[in-house]
Design a binder for this molecule. Structure first.
Ligand SMILES: Nc1ncnc2c1ncn2[C@@H]1O[C@H](COP(=O)(O)OP(=O)(O)OP(=O)(O)O)[C@@H](O)[C@H]1O
Ligand SMILES: [Zn+2]
Length: 602
Protein backbone atom coordinates (compact mmCIF):
# COMPACT_ATOMS: atom_id res chain seq x y z
CA UNK A 1 0.00 0.00 0.00
CA UNK A 2 1.25 3.44 -0.86
CA UNK A 3 1.07 6.06 1.86
CA UNK A 4 -1.71 8.55 1.35
CA UNK A 5 -3.12 11.61 2.96
CA UNK A 6 -6.66 10.82 4.10
CA UNK A 7 -7.77 14.22 5.13
CA UNK A 8 -6.19 17.61 4.91
CA UNK A 9 -7.54 20.52 6.92
CA UNK A 10 -5.75 23.34 5.09
CA UNK A 11 -4.01 21.70 2.21
CA UNK A 12 -3.01 24.45 -0.16
CA UNK A 13 -0.73 22.47 -2.41
CA UNK A 14 -1.37 19.74 -4.91
CA UNK A 15 0.27 16.38 -4.29
CA UNK A 16 2.33 14.72 -6.91
CA UNK A 17 0.74 11.30 -7.10
CA UNK A 18 3.71 9.02 -7.19
CA UNK A 19 6.96 9.92 -5.48
CA UNK A 20 9.12 7.14 -6.80
CA UNK A 21 12.37 6.68 -4.97
CA UNK A 22 15.36 4.74 -6.12
CA UNK A 23 16.45 2.76 -3.10
CA UNK A 24 20.12 3.13 -2.33
CA UNK A 25 20.70 -0.60 -2.33
CA UNK A 26 19.20 -0.86 -5.77
CA UNK A 27 21.68 1.56 -7.26
CA UNK A 28 24.83 -0.48 -7.64
CA UNK A 29 27.98 1.52 -7.99
CA UNK A 30 30.81 0.62 -10.22
CA UNK A 31 34.39 1.11 -9.18
CA UNK A 32 35.07 2.93 -12.39
CA UNK A 33 32.75 5.81 -11.56
CA UNK A 34 34.79 8.92 -10.96
CA UNK A 35 33.86 12.42 -10.08
CA UNK A 36 35.68 15.62 -10.64
CA UNK A 37 34.90 18.52 -8.51
CA UNK A 38 37.01 20.95 -6.64
CA UNK A 39 35.80 22.51 -3.40
CA UNK A 40 38.04 25.45 -4.13
CA UNK A 41 36.24 26.27 -7.35
CA UNK A 42 32.73 25.65 -6.12
CA UNK A 43 30.45 28.61 -6.44
CA UNK A 44 27.71 29.16 -3.94
CA UNK A 45 24.38 27.80 -5.12
CA UNK A 46 22.20 30.35 -3.43
CA UNK A 47 22.20 33.45 -5.51
CA UNK A 48 19.33 32.47 -7.76
CA UNK A 49 17.24 31.15 -4.92
CA UNK A 50 17.40 34.08 -2.55
CA UNK A 51 19.36 36.67 -4.39
CA UNK A 52 20.80 39.37 -2.22
CA UNK A 53 21.08 37.09 0.82
CA UNK A 54 24.35 35.51 -0.15
CA UNK A 55 27.12 37.27 1.68
CA UNK A 56 29.75 34.64 0.99
CA UNK A 57 33.25 36.08 0.89
CA UNK A 58 36.74 34.69 0.79
CA UNK A 59 36.90 35.26 4.54
CA UNK A 60 34.00 32.93 5.27
CA UNK A 61 34.90 29.90 7.33
CA UNK A 62 35.02 26.47 5.78
CA UNK A 63 32.13 24.75 7.56
CA UNK A 64 32.08 20.98 7.28
CA UNK A 65 29.56 18.68 8.93
CA UNK A 66 29.13 14.96 9.56
CA UNK A 67 25.64 13.56 10.11
CA UNK A 68 24.46 13.96 13.67
CA UNK A 69 24.56 10.31 14.63
CA UNK A 70 21.50 8.64 16.01
CA UNK A 71 22.07 7.52 19.60
CA UNK A 72 19.99 4.37 19.37
CA UNK A 73 23.31 2.54 19.74
CA UNK A 74 27.00 3.38 20.18
CA UNK A 75 29.14 4.27 17.15
CA UNK A 76 30.54 1.70 14.78
CA UNK A 77 33.07 1.72 11.97
CA UNK A 78 30.49 3.22 9.57
CA UNK A 79 29.94 6.29 11.76
CA UNK A 80 33.69 6.48 12.31
CA UNK A 81 34.30 6.38 8.55
CA UNK A 82 32.36 9.58 7.82
CA UNK A 83 33.91 11.31 10.79
CA UNK A 84 37.48 10.33 9.91
CA UNK A 85 36.94 11.54 6.34
CA UNK A 86 35.49 14.83 7.58
CA UNK A 87 38.44 15.23 9.93
CA UNK A 88 40.94 14.65 7.11
CA UNK A 89 39.18 17.24 4.94
CA UNK A 90 39.00 19.70 7.84
CA UNK A 91 42.70 19.23 8.58
CA UNK A 92 43.56 19.74 4.91
CA UNK A 93 41.54 22.98 4.81
CA UNK A 94 43.29 24.17 7.97
CA UNK A 95 46.63 23.45 6.27
CA UNK A 96 45.46 25.70 3.44
CA UNK A 97 45.06 28.44 6.03
CA UNK A 98 41.25 28.46 6.14
CA UNK A 99 39.28 29.08 9.29
CA UNK A 100 37.50 25.77 9.70
CA UNK A 101 34.36 24.95 11.67
CA UNK A 102 34.07 21.18 11.84
CA UNK A 103 30.66 20.16 13.18
CA UNK A 104 29.62 16.76 14.42
CA UNK A 105 27.21 15.61 17.12
CA UNK A 106 24.35 13.37 18.07
CA UNK A 107 20.70 13.16 17.07
CA UNK A 108 18.83 12.23 20.23
CA UNK A 109 15.07 12.37 19.73
CA UNK A 110 12.51 9.97 18.38
CA UNK A 111 10.86 6.66 18.83
CA UNK A 112 13.94 4.48 18.43
CA UNK A 113 15.74 6.32 21.23
CA UNK A 114 12.85 5.95 23.65
CA UNK A 115 12.65 2.24 22.82
CA UNK A 116 16.42 1.74 23.18
CA UNK A 117 16.41 3.56 26.56
CA UNK A 118 13.53 1.42 27.83
CA UNK A 119 15.36 -1.71 26.74
CA UNK A 120 18.33 -0.63 28.88
CA UNK A 121 16.10 0.23 31.83
CA UNK A 122 17.00 3.92 31.86
CA UNK A 123 15.37 7.21 31.00
CA UNK A 124 15.79 8.58 27.47
CA UNK A 125 17.98 11.41 28.72
CA UNK A 126 20.27 9.07 30.69
CA UNK A 127 20.52 6.87 27.63
CA UNK A 128 21.37 9.87 25.40
CA UNK A 129 24.02 11.15 27.82
CA UNK A 130 25.76 7.79 27.87
CA UNK A 131 25.65 7.07 24.14
CA UNK A 132 26.51 10.61 23.11
CA UNK A 133 29.55 10.41 25.37
CA UNK A 134 30.63 7.18 23.68
CA UNK A 135 30.78 9.09 20.36
CA UNK A 136 32.94 11.82 21.88
CA UNK A 137 35.29 9.26 23.37
CA UNK A 138 35.67 7.45 20.09
CA UNK A 139 36.44 10.68 18.25
CA UNK A 140 39.18 11.31 20.78
CA UNK A 141 40.63 7.84 20.22
CA UNK A 142 40.56 8.42 16.47
CA UNK A 143 42.24 11.86 16.70
CA UNK A 144 39.17 13.59 15.36
CA UNK A 145 39.64 17.32 15.98
CA UNK A 146 36.09 18.62 15.68
CA UNK A 147 35.26 22.22 16.58
CA UNK A 148 31.61 21.79 17.55
CA UNK A 149 29.69 18.88 19.01
CA UNK A 150 25.94 19.49 18.97
CA UNK A 151 23.38 17.39 20.81
CA UNK A 152 19.81 17.80 19.60
CA UNK A 153 18.60 17.63 23.23
CA UNK A 154 20.49 20.86 23.94
CA UNK A 155 17.91 23.56 24.92
CA UNK A 156 19.67 25.98 22.56
CA UNK A 157 18.91 23.66 19.68
CA UNK A 158 15.27 23.42 20.75
CA UNK A 159 15.00 27.22 20.53
CA UNK A 160 16.35 27.14 16.99
CA UNK A 161 13.95 24.36 15.94
CA UNK A 162 10.97 26.25 17.30
CA UNK A 163 11.97 29.47 15.58
CA UNK A 164 12.56 27.67 12.30
CA UNK A 165 9.23 25.83 12.55
CA UNK A 166 7.43 29.10 13.10
CA UNK A 167 9.14 30.71 10.12
CA UNK A 168 8.08 27.86 7.86
CA UNK A 169 4.58 27.98 9.33
CA UNK A 170 4.30 31.71 8.66
CA UNK A 171 5.35 31.03 5.09
CA UNK A 172 2.21 28.89 4.76
CA UNK A 173 4.23 25.73 4.23
CA UNK A 174 2.87 23.69 7.16
CA UNK A 175 -0.61 22.20 7.28
CA UNK A 176 -2.38 19.48 9.20
CA UNK A 177 -3.66 16.25 7.67
CA UNK A 178 -4.38 12.62 8.40
CA UNK A 179 -1.88 10.24 6.93
CA UNK A 180 -1.73 6.52 6.42
CA UNK A 181 1.32 4.71 5.17
CA UNK A 182 4.03 2.12 5.65
CA UNK A 183 6.59 3.22 8.21
CA UNK A 184 10.14 1.98 8.85
CA UNK A 185 10.91 2.72 12.49
CA UNK A 186 14.62 2.26 11.85
CA UNK A 187 14.63 4.87 9.07
CA UNK A 188 12.04 6.91 11.04
CA UNK A 189 10.38 7.44 7.69
CA UNK A 190 7.20 6.64 5.78
CA UNK A 191 8.08 4.55 2.75
CA UNK A 192 6.61 4.26 -0.69
CA UNK A 193 5.49 0.72 -1.50
CA UNK A 194 7.53 0.79 -4.71
CA UNK A 195 10.81 1.07 -2.86
CA UNK A 196 10.15 -1.83 -0.49
CA UNK A 197 11.30 -5.43 -0.78
CA UNK A 198 9.11 -8.51 -0.38
CA UNK A 199 6.75 -8.43 2.66
CA UNK A 200 7.11 -4.64 2.72
CA UNK A 201 10.65 -4.91 4.07
CA UNK A 202 12.81 -1.78 4.18
CA UNK A 203 15.69 -2.21 1.70
CA UNK A 204 18.20 -0.76 4.17
CA UNK A 205 17.08 -2.47 7.37
CA UNK A 206 15.51 -5.63 5.94
CA UNK A 207 12.68 -5.40 8.47
CA UNK A 208 8.98 -5.17 7.59
CA UNK A 209 7.49 -1.69 7.63
CA UNK A 210 4.36 -1.22 9.70
CA UNK A 211 1.10 0.34 8.59
CA UNK A 212 0.54 3.59 10.47
CA UNK A 213 -2.24 6.10 10.50
CA UNK A 214 -1.62 9.45 12.10
CA UNK A 215 -2.92 12.97 12.32
CA UNK A 216 0.23 14.98 11.54
CA UNK A 217 1.57 18.33 10.44
CA UNK A 218 2.95 18.31 6.91
CA UNK A 219 5.64 20.27 5.16
CA UNK A 220 4.64 21.36 1.66
CA UNK A 221 7.65 19.89 -0.12
CA UNK A 222 5.77 19.67 -3.42
CA UNK A 223 5.63 23.46 -3.53
CA UNK A 224 9.41 23.51 -3.95
CA UNK A 225 9.54 21.17 -6.90
CA UNK A 226 10.43 23.89 -9.42
CA UNK A 227 12.92 25.65 -7.13
CA UNK A 228 14.69 22.37 -6.47
CA UNK A 229 14.88 21.65 -10.19
CA UNK A 230 16.43 25.09 -10.60
CA UNK A 231 18.99 24.45 -7.86
CA UNK A 232 20.09 21.31 -9.63
CA UNK A 233 20.18 22.71 -13.12
CA UNK A 234 22.10 25.82 -12.08
CA UNK A 235 24.46 24.07 -9.66
CA UNK A 236 25.46 20.76 -11.18
CA UNK A 237 28.03 20.25 -8.42
CA UNK A 238 25.60 20.67 -5.53
CA UNK A 239 25.41 16.92 -4.95
CA UNK A 240 28.58 14.88 -5.20
CA UNK A 241 29.69 12.47 -6.54
CA UNK A 242 27.88 13.37 -9.75
CA UNK A 243 26.27 9.94 -10.13
CA UNK A 244 24.40 10.60 -6.89
CA UNK A 245 23.20 13.91 -8.26
CA UNK A 246 21.58 12.02 -11.14
CA UNK A 247 19.84 9.80 -8.60
CA UNK A 248 18.47 12.80 -6.71
CA UNK A 249 17.31 14.50 -9.89
CA UNK A 250 15.49 11.29 -10.78
CA UNK A 251 13.58 11.50 -7.49
CA UNK A 252 12.71 15.13 -8.08
CA UNK A 253 11.65 14.59 -11.68
CA UNK A 254 9.25 11.85 -10.70
CA UNK A 255 7.41 14.15 -8.31
CA UNK A 256 7.71 15.25 -4.72
CA UNK A 257 5.27 14.31 -2.00
CA UNK A 258 4.74 16.49 1.05
CA UNK A 259 6.08 14.84 4.19
CA UNK A 260 4.89 14.79 7.75
CA UNK A 261 7.03 16.75 10.18
CA UNK A 262 5.36 15.81 13.44
CA UNK A 263 4.54 12.66 15.34
CA UNK A 264 1.47 12.25 17.51
CA UNK A 265 2.66 8.99 19.03
CA UNK A 266 6.23 9.98 19.96
CA UNK A 267 6.76 11.69 23.29
CA UNK A 268 10.55 11.92 23.22
CA UNK A 269 10.99 14.95 21.03
CA UNK A 270 10.64 18.70 20.75
CA UNK A 271 6.97 19.71 21.19
CA UNK A 272 5.38 21.23 18.12
CA UNK A 273 4.87 24.95 18.75
CA UNK A 274 1.16 25.52 19.49
CA UNK A 275 0.35 21.80 19.75
CA UNK A 276 1.86 20.09 22.76
CA UNK A 277 0.28 16.78 21.80
CA UNK A 278 2.71 16.32 18.94
CA UNK A 279 6.48 16.35 18.71
CA UNK A 280 8.62 17.52 15.81
CA UNK A 281 9.65 14.75 13.42
CA UNK A 282 13.20 13.69 14.21
CA UNK A 283 14.61 14.66 10.78
CA UNK A 284 13.00 18.10 10.75
CA UNK A 285 14.65 18.56 14.15
CA UNK A 286 18.07 16.98 13.50
CA UNK A 287 18.95 18.76 10.26
CA UNK A 288 18.71 22.06 12.11
CA UNK A 289 21.54 20.89 14.34
CA UNK A 290 23.92 22.00 11.57
CA UNK A 291 22.77 25.56 12.21
CA UNK A 292 22.38 25.52 15.99
CA UNK A 293 25.89 24.04 16.29
CA UNK A 294 27.27 27.34 15.03
CA UNK A 295 26.15 29.17 18.19
CA UNK A 296 28.96 29.73 20.60
CA UNK A 297 27.05 30.31 23.82
CA UNK A 298 27.89 34.01 23.85
CA UNK A 299 24.77 35.14 22.01
CA UNK A 300 21.01 34.73 22.15
CA UNK A 301 20.14 31.41 20.50
CA UNK A 302 18.40 32.85 17.46
CA UNK A 303 18.53 31.75 13.86
CA UNK A 304 19.93 35.10 12.84
CA UNK A 305 22.83 34.83 15.29
CA UNK A 306 23.58 31.25 14.36
CA UNK A 307 23.55 32.04 10.65
CA UNK A 308 25.90 34.97 11.14
CA UNK A 309 28.50 32.63 12.62
CA UNK A 310 29.06 30.55 9.50
CA UNK A 311 26.00 29.53 7.51
CA UNK A 312 25.79 28.26 4.78
CA UNK A 313 27.84 25.14 5.39
CA UNK A 314 30.55 24.51 2.81
CA UNK A 315 30.12 20.75 2.85
CA UNK A 316 27.70 18.24 4.34
CA UNK A 317 29.44 14.89 4.39
CA UNK A 318 26.95 12.04 4.68
CA UNK A 319 26.41 8.39 3.82
CA UNK A 320 24.25 7.68 0.78
CA UNK A 321 21.49 6.31 3.07
CA UNK A 322 20.46 9.80 4.10
CA UNK A 323 20.88 11.52 0.76
CA UNK A 324 17.18 12.25 0.23
CA UNK A 325 16.96 14.11 3.54
CA UNK A 326 19.98 16.28 2.69
CA UNK A 327 19.50 16.72 -1.04
CA UNK A 328 15.72 17.20 -1.22
CA UNK A 329 14.05 17.81 2.16
CA UNK A 330 16.73 20.04 3.68
CA UNK A 331 17.16 22.44 0.72
CA UNK A 332 13.37 22.83 0.48
CA UNK A 333 13.10 23.50 4.22
CA UNK A 334 15.84 26.12 3.98
CA UNK A 335 14.20 27.79 0.99
CA UNK A 336 10.94 27.93 2.89
CA UNK A 337 12.65 29.65 5.83
CA UNK A 338 14.46 32.05 3.50
CA UNK A 339 17.90 30.69 4.32
CA UNK A 340 20.83 29.90 2.05
CA UNK A 341 21.51 26.36 0.93
CA UNK A 342 24.66 24.45 1.83
CA UNK A 343 27.31 24.70 -0.88
CA UNK A 344 27.77 20.99 -1.36
CA UNK A 345 26.42 17.64 -0.16
CA UNK A 346 28.74 14.68 -0.62
CA UNK A 347 27.17 11.22 -0.21
CA UNK A 348 29.84 8.58 0.26
CA UNK A 349 29.34 4.84 -0.08
CA UNK A 350 28.83 2.15 2.53
CA UNK A 351 31.32 0.07 4.41
CA UNK A 352 29.83 -3.32 3.91
CA UNK A 353 30.01 -6.69 5.55
CA UNK A 354 29.16 -9.57 3.24
CA UNK A 355 27.77 -7.03 0.80
CA UNK A 356 25.29 -5.53 3.30
CA UNK A 357 25.57 -2.04 4.78
CA UNK A 358 27.19 -2.19 8.19
CA UNK A 359 24.70 -0.59 10.56
CA UNK A 360 23.38 -0.42 14.09
CA UNK A 361 19.97 -1.68 13.18
CA UNK A 362 21.32 -4.74 11.37
CA UNK A 363 23.91 -5.25 14.10
CA UNK A 364 26.61 -6.35 11.61
CA UNK A 365 29.12 -3.74 12.69
CA UNK A 366 32.87 -3.57 13.06
CA UNK A 367 34.16 -2.11 16.32
CA UNK A 368 36.40 0.89 15.64
CA UNK A 369 37.59 1.00 19.26
CA UNK A 370 38.78 -2.56 18.93
CA UNK A 371 40.67 -1.70 15.72
CA UNK A 372 42.25 1.36 17.34
CA UNK A 373 43.32 -0.66 20.37
CA UNK A 374 44.92 -3.30 18.20
CA UNK A 375 46.42 -1.22 15.41
CA UNK A 376 46.42 2.44 16.44
CA UNK A 377 44.40 5.36 15.07
CA UNK A 378 46.71 6.16 12.14
CA UNK A 379 46.39 2.65 10.77
CA UNK A 380 42.58 2.79 10.98
CA UNK A 381 42.35 6.23 9.44
CA UNK A 382 44.83 5.47 6.69
CA UNK A 383 43.33 2.12 5.74
CA UNK A 384 39.75 3.33 5.29
CA UNK A 385 40.68 6.56 3.54
CA UNK A 386 43.27 4.94 1.27
CA UNK A 387 41.52 1.71 0.46
CA UNK A 388 37.90 2.78 -0.02
CA UNK A 389 37.56 5.06 -3.00
CA UNK A 390 35.65 7.98 -1.51
CA UNK A 391 32.12 7.86 -2.87
CA UNK A 392 31.98 4.11 -3.46
CA UNK A 393 31.25 1.12 -1.25
CA UNK A 394 34.08 -0.86 0.33
CA UNK A 395 34.37 -4.16 2.14
CA UNK A 396 36.67 -4.70 5.13
CA UNK A 397 39.04 -7.60 5.46
CA UNK A 398 41.64 -7.91 8.19
CA UNK A 399 44.19 -9.40 5.84
CA UNK A 400 43.91 -6.43 3.49
CA UNK A 401 44.05 -4.05 6.43
CA UNK A 402 47.30 -5.52 7.75
CA UNK A 403 48.90 -5.74 4.32
CA UNK A 404 48.03 -2.16 3.47
CA UNK A 405 49.25 -0.50 6.63
CA UNK A 406 52.36 -2.70 6.91
CA UNK A 407 53.17 -2.26 3.24
CA UNK A 408 52.57 1.48 3.03
CA UNK A 409 53.19 2.95 6.46
CA UNK A 410 55.84 0.61 7.88
CA UNK A 411 57.71 -0.78 4.86
CA UNK A 412 57.55 2.19 2.50
CA UNK A 413 57.31 5.45 4.46
CA UNK A 414 58.60 4.32 7.86
CA UNK A 415 61.46 2.32 6.43
CA UNK A 416 62.59 5.12 4.11
CA UNK A 417 62.94 7.42 7.10
CA UNK A 418 64.51 4.82 9.31
CA UNK A 419 67.17 3.64 6.87
CA UNK A 420 68.12 7.23 6.01
CA UNK A 421 68.37 8.28 9.64
CA UNK A 422 70.51 5.19 10.35
CA UNK A 423 72.99 6.21 7.64
CA UNK A 424 72.88 9.81 8.79
CA UNK A 425 73.71 8.81 12.35
CA UNK A 426 76.58 6.59 11.28
CA UNK A 427 78.11 8.91 8.72
CA UNK A 428 77.01 12.50 9.42
CA UNK A 429 76.63 12.67 13.17
CA UNK A 430 72.84 12.91 12.62
CA UNK A 431 73.31 16.43 11.29
CA UNK A 432 72.03 17.91 8.02
CA UNK A 433 75.19 18.74 6.06
CA UNK A 434 73.75 21.24 3.60
CA UNK A 435 70.47 23.09 2.96
CA UNK A 436 68.03 20.82 1.17
CA UNK A 437 67.46 23.51 -1.47
CA UNK A 438 71.18 23.50 -2.32
CA UNK A 439 71.50 19.70 -2.09
CA UNK A 440 68.77 19.24 -4.69
CA UNK A 441 69.74 21.91 -7.22
CA UNK A 442 68.86 20.63 -10.71
CA UNK A 443 67.77 17.31 -9.24
CA UNK A 444 65.04 15.43 -11.10
CA UNK A 445 63.84 13.71 -7.94
CA UNK A 446 62.95 17.10 -6.46
CA UNK A 447 60.80 17.83 -9.53
CA UNK A 448 59.04 14.48 -9.13
CA UNK A 449 58.26 15.25 -5.49
CA UNK A 450 56.90 18.68 -6.46
CA UNK A 451 54.61 17.21 -9.10
CA UNK A 452 53.29 14.51 -6.78
CA UNK A 453 52.58 17.03 -4.02
CA UNK A 454 50.63 19.21 -6.44
CA UNK A 455 48.60 16.20 -7.53
CA UNK A 456 47.93 15.26 -3.91
CA UNK A 457 46.66 18.76 -3.22
CA UNK A 458 44.29 18.63 -6.19
CA UNK A 459 42.99 15.26 -5.04
CA UNK A 460 42.36 16.52 -1.53
CA UNK A 461 40.46 19.46 -3.01
CA UNK A 462 38.37 17.07 -5.12
CA UNK A 463 37.73 14.98 -2.00
CA UNK A 464 39.55 12.09 -3.71
CA UNK A 465 41.19 11.15 -0.46
CA UNK A 466 42.36 7.76 -1.65
CA UNK A 467 44.16 9.26 -4.65
CA UNK A 468 45.77 11.90 -2.43
CA UNK A 469 47.19 9.10 -0.26
CA UNK A 470 48.35 7.29 -3.38
CA UNK A 471 50.35 10.30 -4.62
CA UNK A 472 51.97 10.77 -1.22
CA UNK A 473 52.93 7.11 -1.08
CA UNK A 474 54.43 7.54 -4.55
CA UNK A 475 56.85 10.09 -3.08
CA UNK A 476 58.06 7.48 -0.61
CA UNK A 477 58.35 4.87 -3.37
CA UNK A 478 60.40 7.29 -5.46
CA UNK A 479 62.55 8.00 -2.38
CA UNK A 480 63.30 4.33 -1.83
CA UNK A 481 64.22 3.97 -5.51
CA UNK A 482 66.48 7.00 -5.27
CA UNK A 483 68.25 5.46 -2.29
CA UNK A 484 68.74 2.13 -4.03
CA UNK A 485 70.02 3.81 -7.19
CA UNK A 486 72.47 6.13 -5.44
CA UNK A 487 73.44 3.66 -2.66
CA UNK A 488 74.93 6.34 -0.40
CA UNK A 489 76.24 3.67 2.00
CA UNK A 490 78.81 2.59 -0.61
CA UNK A 491 79.68 6.22 -1.46
CA UNK A 492 80.44 6.86 2.22
CA UNK A 493 82.84 3.93 2.12
CA UNK A 494 84.72 5.58 -0.76
CA UNK A 495 85.16 8.81 1.21
CA UNK A 496 86.12 12.27 -0.12
CA UNK A 497 83.85 13.84 -2.73
CA UNK A 498 81.78 10.66 -2.81
CA UNK A 499 81.01 11.09 0.89
CA UNK A 500 79.90 14.66 0.28
CA UNK A 501 77.61 13.49 -2.47
CA UNK A 502 76.22 10.74 -0.22
CA UNK A 503 75.54 13.28 2.55
CA UNK A 504 73.60 15.37 0.02
CA UNK A 505 71.58 12.33 -1.02
CA UNK A 506 70.53 11.75 2.58
CA UNK A 507 69.39 15.36 2.90
CA UNK A 508 67.39 15.01 -0.32
CA UNK A 509 65.63 11.90 0.98
CA UNK A 510 64.90 13.41 4.36
CA UNK A 511 63.49 16.53 2.74
CA UNK A 512 61.12 14.31 0.75
CA UNK A 513 60.09 12.55 3.98
CA UNK A 514 59.54 15.93 5.61
CA UNK A 515 57.21 16.87 2.77
CA UNK A 516 55.37 13.57 3.19
CA UNK A 517 54.87 14.36 6.88
CA UNK A 518 53.06 17.58 5.97
CA UNK A 519 51.04 16.22 3.06
CA UNK A 520 49.88 13.07 4.85
CA UNK A 521 49.11 14.82 8.14
CA UNK A 522 45.36 15.23 7.38
CA UNK A 523 45.06 11.45 7.11
CA UNK A 524 47.58 10.12 9.64
CA UNK A 525 48.30 12.97 12.07
CA UNK A 526 50.08 11.02 14.82
CA UNK A 527 52.36 9.21 12.41
CA UNK A 528 53.26 12.50 10.75
CA UNK A 529 53.96 14.09 14.10
CA UNK A 530 56.36 11.25 14.91
CA UNK A 531 58.11 11.77 11.57
CA UNK A 532 58.32 15.49 12.28
CA UNK A 533 59.94 14.76 15.66
CA UNK A 534 62.37 12.25 14.16
CA UNK A 535 63.49 14.99 11.79
CA UNK A 536 64.49 17.01 14.82
CA UNK A 537 61.58 19.46 15.00
CA UNK A 538 59.71 20.26 18.19
CA UNK A 539 56.08 19.16 18.56
CA UNK A 540 54.64 22.68 18.71
CA UNK A 541 56.01 23.51 15.27
CA UNK A 542 53.89 20.65 13.88
CA UNK A 543 50.68 22.44 14.85
CA UNK A 544 51.80 25.52 12.93
CA UNK A 545 52.49 23.73 9.63
CA UNK A 546 50.67 24.85 6.48
CA UNK A 547 50.42 23.42 2.99
CA UNK A 548 53.17 25.91 2.02
CA UNK A 549 55.50 23.67 4.00
CA UNK A 550 55.20 21.03 1.31
CA UNK A 551 57.50 23.24 -0.80
CA UNK A 552 61.00 21.94 -1.25
CA UNK A 553 63.66 23.56 0.93
CA UNK A 554 62.50 23.22 4.54
CA UNK A 555 65.45 21.23 5.90
CA UNK A 556 68.37 23.49 6.61
CA UNK A 557 72.06 22.80 7.26
CA UNK A 558 72.82 22.12 10.90
CA UNK A 559 69.42 20.58 11.74
CA UNK A 560 70.02 17.68 14.13
CA UNK A 561 67.97 14.51 13.68
CA UNK A 562 66.55 12.48 16.55
CA UNK A 563 67.73 8.96 17.35
CA UNK A 564 66.35 6.67 14.61
CA UNK A 565 63.30 4.83 15.88
CA UNK A 566 60.55 3.18 13.78
CA UNK A 567 57.67 5.64 13.36
CA UNK A 568 55.18 2.89 12.57
CA UNK A 569 55.47 -0.48 14.26
CA UNK A 570 54.80 -3.23 11.74
CA UNK A 571 51.72 -5.25 12.71
CA UNK A 572 52.89 -8.77 13.37
CA UNK A 573 50.80 -11.47 11.77
CA UNK A 574 49.22 -14.29 13.66
CA UNK A 575 50.42 -16.87 11.13
CA UNK A 576 53.88 -15.39 10.79
CA UNK A 577 55.42 -16.54 7.53
CA UNK A 578 53.12 -19.53 7.11
CA UNK A 579 51.52 -18.33 3.92
CA UNK A 580 54.45 -17.60 1.63
CA UNK A 581 52.32 -17.79 -1.51
CA UNK A 582 49.41 -15.51 -0.60
CA UNK A 583 49.37 -11.77 -0.19
CA UNK A 584 50.40 -12.05 3.45
CA UNK A 585 53.45 -13.90 2.16
CA UNK A 586 54.28 -10.93 -0.05
CA UNK A 587 54.44 -8.57 2.92
CA UNK A 588 56.56 -11.10 4.79
CA UNK A 589 58.96 -11.25 1.83
CA UNK A 590 59.09 -7.45 1.84
CA UNK A 591 59.96 -7.54 5.54
CA UNK A 592 62.80 -9.99 4.92
CA UNK A 593 64.04 -7.85 2.02
CA UNK A 594 64.18 -4.85 4.36
CA UNK A 595 66.14 -6.85 6.91
CA UNK A 596 68.65 -7.87 4.24
CA UNK A 597 68.84 -4.29 3.02
CA UNK A 598 69.65 -3.05 6.52
CA UNK A 599 72.54 -5.48 6.79
CA UNK A 600 73.88 -4.31 3.40
CA UNK A 601 73.64 -0.65 4.36
CA UNK A 602 75.72 -0.96 7.53
N1 LIG B 1 28.07 1.08 6.81
C1 LIG B 1 28.33 2.37 6.73
N2 LIG B 1 29.21 2.83 5.84
C2 LIG B 1 29.51 4.14 5.76
N3 LIG B 1 28.94 5.06 6.55
C3 LIG B 1 28.04 4.67 7.46
C4 LIG B 1 27.69 3.31 7.61
N4 LIG B 1 26.78 3.20 8.60
C5 LIG B 1 26.58 4.45 9.07
N5 LIG B 1 27.33 5.33 8.39
C6 LIG B 1 27.39 6.78 8.62
O1 LIG B 1 26.43 7.08 9.62
C7 LIG B 1 25.32 7.77 9.04
C8 LIG B 1 24.04 7.21 9.60
O2 LIG B 1 24.08 7.38 10.96
P1 LIG B 1 23.17 6.53 11.94
O3 LIG B 1 23.45 7.05 13.30
O4 LIG B 1 21.77 6.50 11.46
O5 LIG B 1 23.85 5.07 11.84
P2 LIG B 1 23.43 3.67 11.22
O6 LIG B 1 24.34 2.65 11.79
O7 LIG B 1 23.37 3.82 9.74
O8 LIG B 1 21.99 3.38 11.81
P3 LIG B 1 20.95 2.33 11.35
O9 LIG B 1 21.64 1.03 11.07
O10 LIG B 1 20.03 2.31 12.51
O11 LIG B 1 20.33 2.91 10.08
C9 LIG B 1 25.44 7.51 7.55
O12 LIG B 1 24.82 8.50 6.77
C10 LIG B 1 26.93 7.52 7.38
O13 LIG B 1 27.42 8.83 7.44
ZN1 LIG C 1 14.66 1.38 7.13
Amino acid sequence: MTGRVLFSSQCAFPFFPAFRTVSSSASRLTKSVRFRHSLASFSNCNSHVHSGEDKTTQKDPFVITTPLYYVNAPPHMGSAYTTIAADAIARFQRLLGKKVIFITGTDEHGEKIATAAAAHGCSPSEHCDAVSESYRLLWKDLDVAYDKFIRTTDPIHERIVREFYEKVLSRGDIYRADYEGLYCVNCEEYKDEKELLENNCCPVHLKPCVLRKEDNYFFALSKYHKSLEEVFSQNPNFIQPSFRSNEVQGWINSGLRDFSISRASVEWGIPVPNDKKQTVYVWFDALLGYISALLDGKQEPTLENAISLGWPASLHLIGKDILRFHAVYWPAMLMSAGLNLPKMVFGHGFLTKDGMKMGKSLGNTLEPKDLVNRFGSDAVRYFFLREVEFGNDGDYSEERFINTVNGHLANTIGNLLNRTLGLMKKNCNSTVAVDSAIAAEANVFKETVGELVEKARAHYENLSLSSACECILEIANAGNLYMDKHSPWSLFKKGGASSESAAKDLVIILEAVRIISVALSPVAPQLCLRIHSQLGYSEDTFEALTWEDTRWGGLKAGQIMAQPKPVFERIELKHDGEDESGSIGKVEKEKKKIERQMVAET
